[in-house]
Design a protein around this ligand. Structure first.
Ligand code: COI
Length: 353
């Protein structure tokens, strides 16, 4: 009865599941969860491969209290966006096979079976199509798809779980940060160590940074900038984004050598900047080098490209160029243009569904 009442309310409230658009205020979207209609689920046992998955209504899942993901953090996340094309004639995904590949690499590191590239991309497509009415109108944001891979079978001993679940859910999202970021360098807590999991999207990479992040936010900063754990001298990345420096015609970003997340936006910006004629360098970036930068920006799927207005290290504050005339703005316009079909995709990055 309860579900019938819910359906009735949805119908009369103009939120009919078959409507082209869900009935929400698209202008108020932020990067936060708005539950959508369906999620995609696929299960398999440890020694097997994933086979057929299915769509299920979005909702809670049942987990053994002894599941690998709950007890030992055996889990990975991914993140990618679906955009309606500028003319609202079609939906575009951006390089979803790279997310699939990254999940495969992460699964290998975390001793989990993983979906094939084809299974992953198909799961994302099905999730997007099933939740089409939640894809924001052109210019208002994107449908963020969050694939998960987790050890769901029980295991009390420290060992890979006996069963695994791949799940993809989605949420319409708006901007991650609305204004340029002010970063605080964290020189006490570290995000990743050599040989650790910083280079994959392990769920264990995120909650350990909350302490540093909340300290920075209390002091009025938007985010933290991590240093490398080995020397404490080089910058690595912010809490959920990669970082770039601009010096004249050069663009420099810390090399993704295992402690840095190999972002798909990071990779695309590198390739795009090279096409624009910039000299792009992937190398260690020392704190001193930050002093000489004219411009700094961060990239990520959730964030896209966002300028950094300042970086504070201990008591020293460095300020950088922001606004319309920046390299960040030029790259942002180009990237989002391709992602939304406004600019011709000469690289073959988008997948129309
Ligand atoms: C993304 O940019 O998609 C991320 O995964 C960052 C964060 C929201 C976890």
């Amino acid at each position: 009865l309860f579900s019938k009442i819910k359906w009735f309310i949805a119908w009369f409230g103009g939120n009919h599941p078959k409507a082209e658009y869900a009935n929400i205020n698209w202008d108020e979207l932020r990067f936060s969860l708005t539950p959508t209609d369906y999620m995609y689920v696929m299960n398999c046992f440890k020694e097997e491969n994933f086979s057929k998955g299915f769509l299920a209504p979005f909702g809670s899942i049942e987990l053994s209290p002894s599941s690998g993901v709950l007890n030992y953090g055996q889990g990975l996340i991914e993140g990618l966006k679906a955009y309606r094309k500028e003319n609202d004639q079609g939906i575009l995904l951006f390089r979803p096979e790279l997310n699939a590949l990254r999940m495969k690499m992460g699964a290998d590191r975390m001793c989990m079976p993983s979906p094939t590239i084809e299974q992953f991309v198909n799961a994302v497509k099905e999730t997007v199509i099933a939740n089409k009415r939640w894809i924001p109108p052109p210019g208002k944001g994107a449908l963020y798809v969050r694939p998960l891979l987790m050890g769901t079978g029980p295991s009390l001993g420290v060992a890979p779980a006996p069963e695994y679940t791949f799940l993809a859910y989605s949420s319409p999202v708006g901007k991650y940060f609305k204004v340029p970021m002010n970063l605080l360098v964290e020189d006490n807590l570290f995000r990743a160590v050599p040989g650790g999991t910083g280079g994959i999207k392990s769920i264990t990479n995120y909650s350990p940074i909350y302490k540093a992040m909340s300290k920075a936010k209390t002091k009025g900063f938007s985010d933290i900038l991590f240093l490398d754990a080995a020397t404490g001298k080089n910058i690595e990345e912010a809490s959920a984004s990669n970082i770039f420096l601009v010096k004249g015609n050069s663009i420099i970003t810390p090399a993704a050598n295992g402690t840095i997340l190999p972002g798909i936006t990071r990779k695309s910006i590198i390739e795009m900047a090279m096409n624009f004629g910039y000299q792009v360098e992937e190398s260690p970036v020392s704190l001193e080098e930050m002093l000489g930068a004219e411009e700094v920006f961060c990239t990520g799927t959730a964030m896209v490209v966002n300028s950094v207005a300042s970086i504070t290290y201990r008591n020293k504050r460095m300020e950088y160029k922001t606004g319309e005339e920046t390299v960040a703005e030029k790259l942002y316009a180009m990237l989002t243009g391709v992602q939304t079909g406004r600019i011709e995709d000469k690289m073959g990055w988008t997948v129309e569904i």
